[in-house]
Design a protein around this ligand. Sequence first.
Ligand code: GDP
Length: 201
Amino acid sequence: MNPDFQRAAFLTAAADLAGTPPDSGREVAFAGRSNAGKSSAINTICHQKALARTSKTPGRTQQLIFFRIDDERRLVDLPGYGFARVALAVKERWQGLMARYLSQRESLRGLVVVMDIRHPLGELDRQMIDWGAGGGLPLLLLLTKADKLKRGAVQSTVASVRRAVAGSAVSIDVLAFSATSRSGLEAAQAQLSEWLQLPAA
Ligand code: GDP
């Protein structure tokens, strides 16, 4: 158990940048296609059953949810994406909000892009990666639901995603993860601890 992440608690939800907590200290944001497993990943990392699920109530889907670890450190659950059936205006609003948050937020120290290991690097995943990398942010590509694939397929997917993002100007780490088996948990926590400057557990 990592007691730092276990302390994470809901702080606030923001529909736009004006509603975000003061931009000081350090924060790490989680992005991902809806249903990729982002909430499960946040809950597993924080050793809590329902921390991120509180953000699932209708109407909050386009909000940034902030979790406080301590006065200087936060985790941020960014609105899930995947807009096959939503209005263009909703997609454009999301794109504007994400682009502004990723480019303007001073306290943001790293971006976790959560992807289902069976469907990595979709169009909007690539957009998030480009926005993050374009802003000089280090990235962690968390390939979750790794328990759904055999070990060899996990390794080959990690290798092919690594190849796809090689040569970026920023550091991009690729990690297989499972909320079910907890594989990759310690490595994910180690990366977040480094970005947040938390002492090693
Ligand atoms: P979100 O929409 O990205 O927040 O996704 P959720 O965390 O709500 O997960 C979507 C679905 O995938 C749920 O049915 C989860 O139980 C399932 N899920 C999430 N993570 C894992 C995992 O690591 N392994 C497996 N087998 N299922 C997972």
